[in-house]
Design a protein around this ligand. Structure first.
Ligand code: BG6
Length: 514
Protein backbone atom coordinates (compact mmCIF):
# COMPACT_ATOMS: atom_id res chain seq x y z
CA UNK A 1 0.00 0.00 0.00
CA UNK A 2 1.32 3.47 -0.85
CA UNK A 3 0.50 6.39 1.37
CA UNK A 4 1.39 10.05 1.06
CA UNK A 5 4.55 11.09 2.91
CA UNK A 6 3.77 12.07 6.43
CA UNK A 7 5.73 15.14 7.38
CA UNK A 8 5.86 15.67 11.11
CA UNK A 9 3.33 17.93 12.78
CA UNK A 10 5.17 20.87 14.33
CA UNK A 11 4.12 21.98 17.80
CA UNK A 12 2.23 25.27 17.63
CA UNK A 13 -0.41 27.44 19.23
CA UNK A 14 -3.70 27.09 17.36
CA UNK A 15 -5.26 30.54 17.78
CA UNK A 16 -9.00 30.61 17.05
CA UNK A 17 -10.56 34.03 16.51
CA UNK A 18 -14.29 33.65 17.14
CA UNK A 19 -13.98 31.27 20.08
CA UNK A 20 -17.60 31.83 21.17
CA UNK A 21 -18.93 30.92 17.74
CA UNK A 22 -20.84 27.93 16.63
CA UNK A 23 -18.10 26.54 14.40
CA UNK A 24 -15.54 26.47 17.20
CA UNK A 25 -17.72 24.42 19.55
CA UNK A 26 -19.43 22.28 16.94
CA UNK A 27 -16.51 21.47 14.70
CA UNK A 28 -13.06 22.80 15.58
CA UNK A 29 -12.58 21.66 19.16
CA UNK A 30 -14.22 18.23 18.62
CA UNK A 31 -11.88 17.88 15.61
CA UNK A 32 -8.87 18.69 17.80
CA UNK A 33 -9.99 16.07 20.32
CA UNK A 34 -10.19 13.50 17.51
CA UNK A 35 -6.72 14.42 16.30
CA UNK A 36 -5.39 14.09 19.87
CA UNK A 37 -7.08 10.69 20.14
CA UNK A 38 -5.43 9.65 16.88
CA UNK A 39 -2.07 10.64 18.39
CA UNK A 40 -1.48 13.34 15.77
CA UNK A 41 -1.12 16.36 18.05
CA UNK A 42 2.33 16.90 19.56
CA UNK A 43 2.13 17.21 23.35
CA UNK A 44 3.27 20.86 23.22
CA UNK A 45 0.29 21.92 21.01
CA UNK A 46 -1.92 24.54 22.64
CA UNK A 47 -5.30 25.97 21.64
CA UNK A 48 -5.99 29.63 22.38
CA UNK A 49 -9.56 30.82 21.85
CA UNK A 50 -10.11 34.55 21.38
CA UNK A 51 -13.49 36.27 21.66
CA UNK A 52 -14.92 39.40 23.22
CA UNK A 53 -16.85 37.78 26.06
CA UNK A 54 -15.07 37.61 29.46
CA UNK A 55 -14.39 34.09 30.69
CA UNK A 56 -11.63 32.04 32.27
CA UNK A 57 -9.78 29.10 30.74
CA UNK A 58 -11.74 26.74 32.99
CA UNK A 59 -15.10 28.20 32.07
CA UNK A 60 -14.35 27.77 28.38
CA UNK A 61 -13.15 24.20 28.88
CA UNK A 62 -16.40 23.37 30.68
CA UNK A 63 -18.46 24.93 27.89
CA UNK A 64 -16.63 22.88 25.27
CA UNK A 65 -16.80 19.50 26.94
CA UNK A 66 -20.45 18.69 26.08
CA UNK A 67 -19.77 19.50 22.42
CA UNK A 68 -16.83 17.15 22.28
CA UNK A 69 -18.88 14.47 24.02
CA UNK A 70 -21.82 15.01 21.67
CA UNK A 71 -19.56 14.38 18.71
CA UNK A 72 -17.81 11.48 20.42
CA UNK A 73 -20.26 9.69 22.73
CA UNK A 74 -17.46 7.27 23.67
CA UNK A 75 -15.14 10.15 24.61
CA UNK A 76 -11.96 8.98 26.32
CA UNK A 77 -11.90 10.98 29.58
CA UNK A 78 -8.14 10.95 29.99
CA UNK A 79 -7.50 12.18 26.42
CA UNK A 80 -10.05 14.96 26.88
CA UNK A 81 -8.60 15.98 30.29
CA UNK A 82 -5.14 16.15 28.80
CA UNK A 83 -6.33 18.22 25.83
CA UNK A 84 -8.54 20.45 28.00
CA UNK A 85 -5.49 21.33 30.09
CA UNK A 86 -3.93 22.67 26.91
CA UNK A 87 -6.91 24.86 25.97
CA UNK A 88 -6.77 28.56 26.89
CA UNK A 89 -9.03 31.54 26.47
CA UNK A 90 -8.31 35.22 25.96
CA UNK A 91 -11.04 37.81 26.01
CA UNK A 92 -10.25 40.54 23.47
CA UNK A 93 -11.67 42.53 20.60
CA UNK A 94 -9.17 41.41 17.99
CA UNK A 95 -10.07 44.27 15.66
CA UNK A 96 -8.54 46.82 18.06
CA UNK A 97 -4.92 47.64 18.84
CA UNK A 98 -5.29 46.89 22.59
CA UNK A 99 -7.21 43.69 21.89
CA UNK A 100 -4.56 42.27 19.56
CA UNK A 101 -1.81 43.43 21.96
CA UNK A 102 -3.47 41.36 24.71
CA UNK A 103 -3.59 38.37 22.34
CA UNK A 104 0.12 38.88 21.54
CA UNK A 105 1.08 38.98 25.22
CA UNK A 106 -0.92 35.83 25.91
CA UNK A 107 0.64 34.04 22.95
CA UNK A 108 4.14 34.94 24.15
CA UNK A 109 3.38 33.59 27.64
CA UNK A 110 1.95 30.30 26.35
CA UNK A 111 4.80 29.89 23.87
CA UNK A 112 7.47 30.21 26.59
CA UNK A 113 5.67 27.86 28.94
CA UNK A 114 4.73 25.21 26.36
CA UNK A 115 7.70 25.31 23.99
CA UNK A 116 5.76 25.88 20.79
CA UNK A 117 8.84 27.48 19.18
CA UNK A 118 7.02 30.61 18.01
CA UNK A 119 4.81 28.59 15.63
CA UNK A 120 1.30 30.00 15.28
CA UNK A 121 -1.68 28.72 13.33
CA UNK A 122 -4.45 31.32 13.21
CA UNK A 123 -8.02 30.34 12.35
CA UNK A 124 -10.62 32.94 11.37
CA UNK A 125 -13.91 31.62 12.67
CA UNK A 126 -15.60 35.03 12.71
CA UNK A 127 -18.07 36.84 10.44
CA UNK A 128 -16.37 37.40 7.10
CA UNK A 129 -16.67 41.18 7.53
CA UNK A 130 -14.10 40.84 10.34
CA UNK A 131 -11.51 38.93 8.28
CA UNK A 132 -9.69 41.97 6.97
CA UNK A 133 -9.66 44.02 10.21
CA UNK A 134 -8.29 41.04 12.15
CA UNK A 135 -5.62 40.19 9.58
CA UNK A 136 -4.51 43.83 9.55
CA UNK A 137 -4.24 43.78 13.35
CA UNK A 138 -2.22 40.54 13.31
CA UNK A 139 0.17 42.24 10.91
CA UNK A 140 0.39 45.55 12.81
CA UNK A 141 0.95 43.73 16.10
CA UNK A 142 4.04 42.09 14.58
CA UNK A 143 2.77 38.56 15.18
CA UNK A 144 3.99 37.37 11.78
CA UNK A 145 7.75 37.17 12.03
CA UNK A 146 8.73 34.34 9.74
CA UNK A 147 9.54 36.39 6.63
CA UNK A 148 10.25 34.39 3.51
CA UNK A 149 10.65 31.03 5.11
CA UNK A 150 10.70 29.18 1.80
CA UNK A 151 14.12 30.62 0.95
CA UNK A 152 15.65 30.47 4.42
CA UNK A 153 18.77 28.29 4.64
CA UNK A 154 17.36 26.12 7.40
CA UNK A 155 13.57 26.40 7.14
CA UNK A 156 13.00 23.68 9.71
CA UNK A 157 14.68 25.82 12.37
CA UNK A 158 12.68 28.97 11.58
CA UNK A 159 9.36 29.54 13.32
CA UNK A 160 6.25 29.79 11.18
CA UNK A 161 2.97 31.66 11.33
CA UNK A 162 0.09 30.46 9.17
CA UNK A 163 -3.54 31.35 8.80
CA UNK A 164 -6.59 29.25 7.92
CA UNK A 165 -9.41 31.20 6.28
CA UNK A 166 -12.94 29.82 6.19
CA UNK A 167 -15.46 30.45 3.45
CA UNK A 168 -17.15 32.71 2.43
CA UNK A 169 -13.96 33.89 0.81
CA UNK A 170 -15.28 37.24 -0.33
CA UNK A 171 -18.77 37.80 -1.67
CA UNK A 172 -17.80 38.54 -5.26
CA UNK A 173 -14.75 38.82 -7.51
CA UNK A 174 -13.83 42.26 -6.18
CA UNK A 175 -14.10 41.53 -2.46
CA UNK A 176 -12.23 38.23 -2.87
CA UNK A 177 -9.35 40.07 -4.53
CA UNK A 178 -9.37 42.71 -1.76
CA UNK A 179 -9.25 39.99 0.91
CA UNK A 180 -6.40 38.26 -0.91
CA UNK A 181 -4.46 41.53 -1.00
CA UNK A 182 -4.99 42.08 2.74
CA UNK A 183 -3.86 38.54 3.50
CA UNK A 184 -0.90 38.91 1.17
CA UNK A 185 0.32 42.02 2.97
CA UNK A 186 0.56 40.05 6.23
CA UNK A 187 1.33 36.46 5.15
CA UNK A 188 3.25 34.74 2.38
CA UNK A 189 0.95 32.81 0.00
CA UNK A 190 2.54 29.58 1.27
CA UNK A 191 1.27 30.45 4.76
CA UNK A 192 -2.35 31.09 3.74
CA UNK A 193 -4.68 28.07 4.00
CA UNK A 194 -8.05 28.68 2.34
CA UNK A 195 -10.03 25.79 3.75
CA UNK A 196 -12.85 23.89 2.04
CA UNK A 197 -14.28 20.94 3.93
CA UNK A 198 -15.25 19.22 0.66
CA UNK A 199 -11.58 18.54 0.03
CA UNK A 200 -11.50 16.47 3.20
CA UNK A 201 -14.20 14.14 1.89
CA UNK A 202 -13.04 10.60 1.27
CA UNK A 203 -14.65 10.22 -2.17
CA UNK A 204 -13.39 13.57 -3.42
CA UNK A 205 -9.83 12.60 -2.55
CA UNK A 206 -10.32 9.17 -4.02
CA UNK A 207 -11.24 10.80 -7.34
CA UNK A 208 -7.56 11.69 -7.80
CA UNK A 209 -6.43 8.16 -6.98
CA UNK A 210 -9.09 6.68 -9.25
CA UNK A 211 -8.02 8.89 -12.15
CA UNK A 212 -4.27 8.80 -11.75
CA UNK A 213 -3.44 5.46 -10.14
CA UNK A 214 -5.14 3.47 -12.93
CA UNK A 215 -4.41 3.25 -16.63
CA UNK A 216 -7.98 2.49 -17.65
CA UNK A 217 -9.61 5.87 -17.29
CA UNK A 218 -7.19 8.48 -18.54
CA UNK A 219 -7.46 7.56 -22.26
CA UNK A 220 -11.24 8.03 -22.18
CA UNK A 221 -11.34 10.98 -19.76
CA UNK A 222 -12.00 13.68 -22.35
CA UNK A 223 -14.50 15.26 -24.73
CA UNK A 224 -14.11 12.47 -27.23
CA UNK A 225 -15.64 9.89 -24.87
CA UNK A 226 -17.47 11.82 -22.17
CA UNK A 227 -20.84 13.30 -23.11
CA UNK A 228 -21.25 15.45 -20.01
CA UNK A 229 -20.54 15.61 -16.27
CA UNK A 230 -23.01 16.29 -13.46
CA UNK A 231 -21.81 17.47 -10.04
CA UNK A 232 -24.68 17.71 -7.58
CA UNK A 233 -25.06 18.49 -3.89
CA UNK A 234 -28.72 18.12 -2.98
CA UNK A 235 -29.89 18.75 0.57
CA UNK A 236 -33.22 18.02 2.23
CA UNK A 237 -32.74 20.71 4.89
CA UNK A 238 -33.89 24.30 4.35
CA UNK A 239 -31.95 27.38 5.40
CA UNK A 240 -33.17 27.06 9.01
CA UNK A 241 -31.90 29.74 11.37
CA UNK A 242 -29.31 31.00 8.90
CA UNK A 243 -31.59 33.26 6.86
CA UNK A 244 -29.65 36.47 7.63
CA UNK A 245 -26.46 34.90 6.26
CA UNK A 246 -28.14 32.95 3.50
CA UNK A 247 -30.19 35.79 2.09
CA UNK A 248 -26.93 37.61 1.37
CA UNK A 249 -25.32 34.47 0.03
CA UNK A 250 -27.49 32.02 -1.94
CA UNK A 251 -26.67 28.60 -3.34
CA UNK A 252 -24.12 29.73 -5.93
CA UNK A 253 -21.88 31.41 -3.35
CA UNK A 254 -22.61 29.00 -0.50
CA UNK A 255 -22.04 25.75 -2.40
CA UNK A 256 -21.12 26.13 -6.07
CA UNK A 257 -18.35 28.75 -6.19
CA UNK A 258 -16.76 27.11 -3.17
CA UNK A 259 -17.34 23.39 -2.75
CA UNK A 260 -18.52 22.26 -6.17
CA UNK A 261 -15.73 24.09 -7.97
CA UNK A 262 -13.25 22.07 -5.92
CA UNK A 263 -14.90 18.86 -7.07
CA UNK A 264 -14.97 20.18 -10.63
CA UNK A 265 -11.22 20.84 -10.49
CA UNK A 266 -10.47 17.26 -9.39
CA UNK A 267 -12.66 15.83 -12.16
CA UNK A 268 -11.37 18.08 -14.93
CA UNK A 269 -7.68 18.67 -14.15
CA UNK A 270 -4.76 17.43 -16.22
CA UNK A 271 -2.52 14.82 -14.58
CA UNK A 272 -0.18 16.63 -12.18
CA UNK A 273 3.51 15.69 -12.42
CA UNK A 274 3.64 14.71 -8.79
CA UNK A 275 1.41 14.56 -5.71
CA UNK A 276 2.74 17.79 -4.25
CA UNK A 277 0.83 20.94 -3.31
CA UNK A 278 2.49 22.99 -6.07
CA UNK A 279 1.68 20.53 -8.85
CA UNK A 280 -1.88 19.87 -7.74
CA UNK A 281 -2.67 23.54 -7.20
CA UNK A 282 -1.14 24.55 -10.54
CA UNK A 283 -3.31 22.06 -12.38
CA UNK A 284 -6.45 23.12 -10.52
CA UNK A 285 -5.90 26.74 -11.48
CA UNK A 286 -5.75 25.78 -15.16
CA UNK A 287 -9.21 24.19 -14.90
CA UNK A 288 -11.04 27.31 -13.75
CA UNK A 289 -8.97 29.35 -16.13
CA UNK A 290 -10.29 27.35 -19.09
CA UNK A 291 -13.98 27.91 -18.32
CA UNK A 292 -15.66 29.85 -21.12
CA UNK A 293 -17.13 33.09 -19.74
CA UNK A 294 -20.93 32.87 -19.91
CA UNK A 295 -22.14 35.39 -22.53
CA UNK A 296 -23.75 38.39 -20.83
CA UNK A 297 -26.93 38.25 -22.90
CA UNK A 298 -27.41 34.48 -22.59
CA UNK A 299 -27.03 33.90 -18.85
CA UNK A 300 -30.59 32.56 -18.47
CA UNK A 301 -29.82 29.86 -21.04
CA UNK A 302 -26.97 28.48 -18.95
CA UNK A 303 -28.60 28.31 -15.54
CA UNK A 304 -31.74 27.42 -13.63
CA UNK A 305 -32.37 29.23 -10.35
CA UNK A 306 -35.04 28.56 -7.77
CA UNK A 307 -36.46 29.31 -4.34
CA UNK A 308 -38.40 26.67 -2.42
CA UNK A 309 -42.01 27.34 -1.59
CA UNK A 310 -44.00 26.43 1.56
CA UNK A 311 -44.02 22.80 2.69
CA UNK A 312 -46.82 20.62 4.01
CA UNK A 313 -44.83 20.24 7.25
CA UNK A 314 -45.49 23.89 8.14
CA UNK A 315 -42.27 25.22 6.61
CA UNK A 316 -43.26 28.72 5.45
CA UNK A 317 -41.02 28.40 2.40
CA UNK A 318 -37.94 30.49 1.82
CA UNK A 319 -39.71 33.76 1.01
CA UNK A 320 -41.91 33.42 4.12
CA UNK A 321 -39.02 32.72 6.52
CA UNK A 322 -38.08 35.26 9.16
CA UNK A 323 -35.07 37.31 8.13
CA UNK A 324 -35.61 37.01 4.38
CA UNK A 325 -35.94 40.39 2.68
CA UNK A 326 -39.33 41.01 1.01
CA UNK A 327 -39.08 40.24 -2.70
CA UNK A 328 -35.69 38.52 -2.18
CA UNK A 329 -34.35 36.90 -5.33
CA UNK A 330 -31.70 34.90 -3.50
CA UNK A 331 -31.51 31.42 -4.99
CA UNK A 332 -31.89 28.37 -2.75
CA UNK A 333 -31.39 26.21 -5.83
CA UNK A 334 -28.97 26.68 -8.68
CA UNK A 335 -27.95 24.56 -11.64
CA UNK A 336 -25.23 25.98 -13.89
CA UNK A 337 -23.96 24.75 -17.21
CA UNK A 338 -20.26 25.42 -17.73
CA UNK A 339 -18.26 24.96 -20.90
CA UNK A 340 -14.52 24.64 -21.29
CA UNK A 341 -12.19 26.02 -23.88
CA UNK A 342 -9.37 23.51 -23.74
CA UNK A 343 -8.39 20.42 -25.68
CA UNK A 344 -9.63 17.95 -23.09
CA UNK A 345 -13.11 19.32 -22.50
CA UNK A 346 -14.22 21.57 -25.38
CA UNK A 347 -17.81 20.57 -26.18
CA UNK A 348 -18.44 18.54 -23.01
CA UNK A 349 -20.69 20.51 -20.65
CA UNK A 350 -20.31 20.31 -16.89
CA UNK A 351 -23.54 20.78 -14.94
CA UNK A 352 -23.12 21.95 -11.34
CA UNK A 353 -26.19 21.88 -9.14
CA UNK A 354 -27.04 22.45 -5.51
CA UNK A 355 -30.22 23.18 -3.61
CA UNK A 356 -31.98 23.20 -0.26
CA UNK A 357 -35.20 21.32 0.57
CA UNK A 358 -34.73 18.84 -2.27
CA UNK A 359 -35.98 15.28 -2.45
CA UNK A 360 -32.87 13.61 -1.03
CA UNK A 361 -29.55 14.34 0.60
CA UNK A 362 -27.29 13.32 -2.26
CA UNK A 363 -23.85 14.54 -3.21
CA UNK A 364 -22.54 12.90 -6.35
CA UNK A 365 -20.44 13.17 -9.44
CA UNK A 366 -21.84 11.55 -12.57
CA UNK A 367 -19.58 10.96 -15.55
CA UNK A 368 -21.81 10.15 -18.49
CA UNK A 369 -20.00 8.61 -21.44
CA UNK A 370 -21.05 8.84 -25.09
CA UNK A 371 -22.80 5.88 -26.71
CA UNK A 372 -20.64 3.46 -28.70
CA UNK A 373 -19.75 4.70 -32.20
CA UNK A 374 -22.06 2.17 -33.84
CA UNK A 375 -24.72 -0.15 -32.50
CA UNK A 376 -24.10 -3.66 -33.67
CA UNK A 377 -27.31 -4.86 -32.01
CA UNK A 378 -29.66 -2.26 -33.46
CA UNK A 379 -31.73 -4.64 -35.54
CA UNK A 380 -32.32 -7.20 -32.82
CA UNK A 381 -35.93 -7.12 -31.61
CA UNK A 382 -34.88 -8.10 -28.13
CA UNK A 383 -32.59 -5.30 -26.93
CA UNK A 384 -33.74 -3.84 -23.65
CA UNK A 385 -34.71 -0.38 -24.88
CA UNK A 386 -35.88 -0.46 -28.49
CA UNK A 387 -32.40 -1.12 -29.74
CA UNK A 388 -30.81 1.78 -27.86
CA UNK A 389 -27.61 1.05 -25.99
CA UNK A 390 -27.29 2.58 -22.54
CA UNK A 391 -24.20 4.78 -22.34
CA UNK A 392 -21.56 3.83 -19.79
CA UNK A 393 -21.75 5.86 -16.63
CA UNK A 394 -19.49 6.30 -13.63
CA UNK A 395 -21.06 7.63 -10.46
CA UNK A 396 -19.06 8.75 -7.45
CA UNK A 397 -21.48 9.01 -4.53
CA UNK A 398 -20.20 11.22 -1.72
CA UNK A 399 -23.39 11.28 0.37
CA UNK A 400 -25.51 9.72 1.84
CA UNK A 401 -22.98 6.89 1.60
CA UNK A 402 -19.63 6.61 -0.14
CA UNK A 403 -19.68 4.51 -3.25
CA UNK A 404 -18.43 4.21 -6.79
CA UNK A 405 -20.53 2.59 -9.48
CA UNK A 406 -19.88 1.80 -13.13
CA UNK A 407 -22.70 1.02 -15.50
CA UNK A 408 -22.08 -1.09 -18.58
CA UNK A 409 -24.02 -3.26 -20.96
CA UNK A 410 -23.99 -7.03 -20.67
CA UNK A 411 -25.70 -9.95 -22.32
CA UNK A 412 -28.61 -11.15 -20.28
CA UNK A 413 -27.98 -14.87 -19.65
CA UNK A 414 -30.28 -17.12 -21.64
CA UNK A 415 -31.25 -17.87 -25.18
CA UNK A 416 -30.48 -15.31 -27.84
CA UNK A 417 -28.99 -11.88 -27.40
CA UNK A 418 -30.57 -9.45 -25.04
CA UNK A 419 -28.55 -6.43 -23.99
CA UNK A 420 -29.04 -5.30 -20.41
CA UNK A 421 -27.17 -2.71 -18.35
CA UNK A 422 -25.71 -3.65 -14.98
CA UNK A 423 -24.07 -1.55 -12.28
CA UNK A 424 -20.81 -2.68 -10.75
CA UNK A 425 -20.66 -1.12 -7.33
CA UNK A 426 -17.68 -0.60 -5.01
CA UNK A 427 -18.25 0.60 -1.45
CA UNK A 428 -15.80 3.36 -0.57
CA UNK A 429 -17.01 3.76 3.01
CA UNK A 430 -14.32 3.65 5.61
CA UNK A 431 -13.87 0.68 7.90
CA UNK A 432 -16.95 0.69 10.19
CA UNK A 433 -14.67 -0.05 13.15
CA UNK A 434 -12.65 3.11 12.56
CA UNK A 435 -13.97 6.15 14.42
CA UNK A 436 -15.50 8.78 12.12
CA UNK A 437 -13.52 11.99 12.18
CA UNK A 438 -14.72 15.54 11.67
CA UNK A 439 -13.53 16.88 8.27
CA UNK A 440 -11.74 19.85 9.83
CA UNK A 441 -9.30 17.77 11.89
CA UNK A 442 -7.18 16.30 9.06
CA UNK A 443 -7.16 19.66 7.27
CA UNK A 444 -5.94 21.49 10.39
CA UNK A 445 -3.26 18.85 10.82
CA UNK A 446 -2.23 19.43 7.18
CA UNK A 447 -1.85 23.14 7.96
CA UNK A 448 0.27 22.27 11.02
CA UNK A 449 2.45 20.12 8.76
CA UNK A 450 2.68 22.87 6.16
CA UNK A 451 0.92 20.82 3.49
CA UNK A 452 -1.23 22.96 1.19
CA UNK A 453 -2.32 20.17 -1.18
CA UNK A 454 -5.95 20.28 -0.05
CA UNK A 455 -6.24 24.06 0.23
CA UNK A 456 -7.19 26.61 -2.39
CA UNK A 457 -4.75 29.03 -3.95
CA UNK A 458 -5.32 32.74 -4.44
CA UNK A 459 -5.64 32.52 -8.22
CA UNK A 460 -7.97 29.56 -8.04
CA UNK A 461 -10.39 31.36 -5.74
CA UNK A 462 -10.34 34.46 -7.90
CA UNK A 463 -10.95 32.64 -11.16
CA UNK A 464 -13.79 30.63 -9.59
CA UNK A 465 -15.43 33.96 -8.72
CA UNK A 466 -14.90 35.21 -12.27
CA UNK A 467 -16.66 32.12 -13.62
CA UNK A 468 -19.78 32.53 -11.46
CA UNK A 469 -20.14 36.32 -11.54
CA UNK A 470 -22.47 36.33 -14.60
CA UNK A 471 -24.91 34.20 -12.57
CA UNK A 472 -24.76 36.57 -9.60
CA UNK A 473 -24.74 40.14 -10.84
CA UNK A 474 -27.19 42.17 -12.92
CA UNK A 475 -26.70 39.83 -15.85
CA UNK A 476 -28.69 37.16 -13.99
CA UNK A 477 -31.85 39.31 -13.69
CA UNK A 478 -33.79 37.33 -16.31
CA UNK A 479 -32.94 34.01 -14.66
CA UNK A 480 -34.00 35.42 -11.29
CA UNK A 481 -37.31 36.89 -12.38
CA UNK A 482 -40.19 34.97 -10.78
CA UNK A 483 -38.09 32.44 -8.91
CA UNK A 484 -40.22 32.77 -5.75
CA UNK A 485 -41.79 29.42 -4.81
CA UNK A 486 -40.79 27.92 -8.16
CA UNK A 487 -40.11 24.52 -6.64
CA UNK A 488 -41.77 22.52 -3.94
CA UNK A 489 -39.97 21.06 -0.94
CA UNK A 490 -39.19 17.42 -1.60
CA UNK A 491 -38.83 17.93 -5.36
CA UNK A 492 -35.67 18.05 -7.48
CA UNK A 493 -35.87 21.79 -8.05
CA UNK A 494 -37.63 24.02 -10.56
CA UNK A 495 -38.82 22.84 -13.96
CA UNK A 496 -36.17 25.05 -15.56
CA UNK A 497 -33.53 22.72 -14.09
CA UNK A 498 -34.95 19.76 -16.00
CA UNK A 499 -35.17 21.93 -19.12
CA UNK A 500 -31.54 22.99 -18.82
CA UNK A 501 -30.52 19.42 -19.61
CA UNK A 502 -33.52 18.48 -21.75
CA UNK A 503 -32.60 21.21 -24.26
CA UNK A 504 -29.66 19.02 -25.22
CA UNK A 505 -31.48 15.69 -24.86
CA UNK A 506 -30.00 14.98 -21.42
CA UNK A 507 -31.49 14.10 -18.04
CA UNK A 508 -30.38 14.49 -14.46
CA UNK A 509 -29.17 11.28 -12.92
CA UNK A 510 -32.15 10.83 -10.56
CA UNK A 511 -34.40 10.53 -13.62
CA UNK A 512 -32.15 7.80 -14.97
CA UNK A 513 -32.16 6.01 -11.62
CA UNK A 514 -35.94 5.98 -11.23
C1 BG6 B 1 -21.68 24.44 4.05
C2 BG6 B 1 -22.82 25.32 3.61
O1 BG6 B 1 -20.46 24.98 3.61
O2 BG6 B 1 -21.86 23.13 3.48
C3 BG6 B 1 -24.14 24.74 4.07
O3 BG6 B 1 -22.66 26.62 4.17
C4 BG6 B 1 -24.29 23.31 3.57
O4 BG6 B 1 -25.24 25.52 3.60
C5 BG6 B 1 -23.05 22.49 3.92
O5 BG6 B 1 -25.42 22.74 4.20
C6 BG6 B 1 -23.11 21.14 3.21
O6 BG6 B 1 -22.03 20.34 3.61
P1 BG6 B 1 -22.09 18.76 3.45
O7 BG6 B 1 -20.74 18.30 3.90
O8 BG6 B 1 -23.22 18.28 4.31
O9 BG6 B 1 -22.38 18.50 1.99
Amino acid sequence: MMTSTFQTVDPCIFVIFGASGDLTARKLVPAMYEMARAGLLPKETRILGVARREKTDDQWREELEPWVRKHNPDMDESIWRDLAGRIHYQSADATTEEGMAAVGTRIAGIDTEAGTCGNLLFFLSVASSLYEPIVQRIDLAGLVVEGKRWCSLEPSKASWQRIIVEKPFGENDQSARALNRTLGRAFEEESIYRIDHYLAKEVIQSLLVFRFANILWEPVWNQQYIDHVQISAAETVGVGQRTAFYDQTGAIRDMIQSHLFQVLAFVAMEPPTDYTPEHIRNEKVKVTDAIVPTPADRVAEFCALGQYGPGEDGDPGYAGSEGVAPGSTTETFAALQLQFQNWRWAGTPFYLRSGKRLAEKRTEVVIQFKPPAANLFRKLPITADAGRLEPNRLVFTVAPHEELSLRFETKRPGLGIRVDPIDMVAALDRDPDEPVVEAYGPLIIDAMRGDQTLFKSRIEVESAWDAVMPFLDDRSAVARAGIKDNYGPGSWGPESSRELLARHGRRWYEEERS
